[in-house]
Design a protein around this ligand. Structure first.
Ligand code: HEM
Length: 585
């Protein structure tokens, strides 16, 4: 998934959006975008622990109130009465945008307007408003600037697709993630995770020869390879084998991901300049990478179409999924239609899955290990569960159902580090947002073209919705959160009472929405959750993990996902008494 950060905010103002000027609440000293020194034009922002000054508060003057009033009057809407976080651009640098948005959420409330220069953005950290935008009035919004960034890479794939393209494609793709398919995919998750485990084991054995008891590994890089292999096999039945080797296709995939990330974090939409693709070296490389992947995907599509499996088609049409031999999504999409699917559309769909499903899952595993390493008691608890449920076996679908604590660790990692931390929408028509739980109870009328960030990060760490919001407590999902104060929010019911394997946005009434919600909710949610559960369980089955340095030394950067600046370096030891060679299916 691709998210926006500070500099993309600026690129929004750079023209590809036609947006009514809904805020006049900036003054000369806050409108600094054009004067940014060049050093700010870098793609990533590091977290800074430096506390923010309160200077903005004092800048809220009569002028603000007047401009609020004027905006209100001019737009004929109530948006002007919304609290405003007005920014000096410098506020946004030195830490990721989503962290700044959290500070402003605490200061200004759960729906506020972020005014930068001539642009305003609504920042939503309210479950009732999020539910309205994502579910109740979902088709009144599109993906706004996100679609502009992703379209050159994903074409008309599901994420950037306009509503007309999206509807039939979503209908075609969703059955490919049917429970019976997922059950079959669990085997792929186990086989791929086993490769990672064996790689670590082989390195440990070599180290042992030199009397070294542990190895030091960047687990973020390992999870990235693991997730790439899994997505390749499950989506288009292609074995990248990236855990153990490099190839031009793998390099091209990483190159493309890097470019997607760079675009999401750069000030100027440079890829839109007419000659950029020939003149700018990184653009040339990007187009070469894209060509390599597209050729690979085209070959896979041609081959899938040429080898249509009659039995599989019958089984698919009779919904007898257990009889289907090739469970990859590509096979499903080709066979299910029973007729030629437009190759370009198919390629866009596959490319979207590749990008949407790769880094996101790798990031969940990364942050789960990061948190576990700081909570050794919880690591021991998780390992005990793995020992009891799995012993020395690889997980099956039935085992996943029993690995409750591992599942909750994955959910808790997603709560603390949602991927992406912001969801992006643009109003296609005027809309009335419901009243939030803090601030204005009457809600706001927003004009067409309003750009919105739904801050999943803020919702997941909201002190109004969670006890100890910043603490790693997987057990929290077992306890109901009674709601006495927030009108219109149903509160939180324990996930297991609802028959769900994992907590979700429904049981938390949009307080926990790691996969979004409503019609454009992630199609791969169960896939990703099970994949992460299997990967984590198999790692803990064999190894103890410790952070190599202090937790503070693991710096956060944002791009496509929340990830680390220099990797998640861990010390890895084999667990006492565990013999890796004994893994059985
Ligand atoms: C932990 C891993 C993952 C996370 C956290 C995640 C998160 C999300 C989120 C938040 C959205 C909604 C975006 C929005 O509303 O703007 C989304 C959409 C989507 N995701 Fe995922 N995702 C993950 C894994 C996957 C996987 C494994 C796949 C496919 C194999 C996938 C495919 C998609 C697609 C196609 C969409 C667009 C759905 C639509 O617009 O209809 N995701 N994802």
């Amino acid at each position: 998934m691709v998210m926006l950060n500070s500099s993309t905010i600026s690129s929004l103002s750079n023209s590809f959006v036609s947006y009514p000027n809904i805020s006049l609440a900036h003054s000369a000293n806050t409108f600094q975008i054009p004067r940014l020194p060049r050093r700010y034009f870098f793609p990533r922002c590091e977290v800074s622990t430096k506390s923010r000054t309160d200077s903005r508060k004092s800048k809220r003057t009569l002028f603000d109130n007047a401009s609020n009033y004027l905006t209100n009057f001019l737009s004929g809407s109530r948006i002007g009465s919304m609290p405003i976080a007005e920014g000096a651009v410098s506020d946004l640098f030195g830490k990721p945008l989503f962290i700044s948005l959290y500070d402003w959420f605490i200061e200004h409330g759960s729906v506020y307007k972020l005014a930068f220069g001539p642009k305003s953005f609504l920042v939503v950290s309210d479950p009732i408003v999020a539910r309205h935008i994502l579910r109740e009035n979902a088709f009144a919004y599109d993906k706004g600037v996100l679609a502009d960034i992703l379209e050159p890479i994903m074409g008309k794939g599901l994420i950037p697709a306009d509503l007309e393209t999206w509807k039939p494609r979503r209908k075609a793709i969703v059955p490919g993630f049917h429970a019976a398919f997922l059950e079959a995919m669990v085997k792929v998750f186990g086989d791929c995770s086993e490769r990672t485990v064996k790689k670590l084991e082989a390195m440990l054995l070599t180290a042992q020869d030199d009397k070294i008891k542990h190895i030091e590994m960047d687990m973020e890089a390992e999870f990235s390879s693991l997730a790439l292999d899994i997505i390749g096999l499950c989506v288009f039945n292609y074995d990248f084998g990236s855990v153990t080797r490099e190839s031009p296709v793998i390099k091209a995939v990483y190159g493309t991901l890097f470019e997607a990330e760079h675009r999401s974090t750069f000030y100027i939409p440079y890829w839109k300049f007419p000659l950029a693709r020939w003149l700018v070296p990184r653009q040339r490389k990007f187009h070469e990478d894209l060509k390599v992947i597209n050729e690979c995907l085209d070959n896979l599509i041609t081959s899938a179409k040429a080898t249509r499996q009659e039995d599989d088609i019958e089984a698919l049409q009779g919904r007898d999924y257990s009889q289907v031999k090739d469970t990859s999504l590509l096979r499903f999409l080709v066979d299910m239609k029973g007729e030629d699917v437009d190759d370009k559309q198919l390629r866009d769909d596959l490319m979207t899955m590749l990008i949407a499903g790769h880094e996101t899952t790798a990031a969940v595993l990364t942050w789960a290990v990061f948190m576990l390493a700081q909570n050794p008691d919880k690591m021991v608890k998780a390992q005990s569960e793995v020992d009891v449920i799995l012993g020395q076996r690889k997980p099956t679908f039935e085992c996943i159902k029993k690995l409750q604590y591992i599942r909750l660790i994955i959910a808790e990692a997603l709560r603390l580090y949602p991927q992406p931390p912001l969801l992006i929408r643009r109003a296609l028509q005027p809309d009335t947002l419901p009243g939030g739980y803090r601030g204005d109870k009457e809600g706001y009328l927003i004009p067409q073209g309003t750009d919105i960030f739904i801050s999943v990060y803020n919702l997941h760490r909201s002190p109004y919705l969670w006890d100890n919001p910043h603490k790693f407590e997987p057990e929290r999902f077992l306890v109901p959160k009674e709601n006495k104060d927030i009108e219109g929010w149903a509160g939180f019911s324990p996930y297991r009472n609802q028959g769900a394997l994992y907590p979700n946005e429904v049981i938390s009434d949009f307080a926990f929405l790691p996969f979004g919600g409503g019609p454009r909710k992630c199609v791969g949610d169960q896939f990703a959750l099970m994949e992460a559960t299997v990967g984590l369980a198999m790692l803990l089955q064999k190894f103890d993990l410790e952070l190599k340095g202090s937790p503070e030394s693991v710096q956060i950067v944002t791009g496509a996902t929340i990830h680390t600046k220099n990797g998640l370096w861990c010390k890895i030891k084999r667990r006492e008494g565990i013999q890796l060679e004994n893994i059985v299916s």
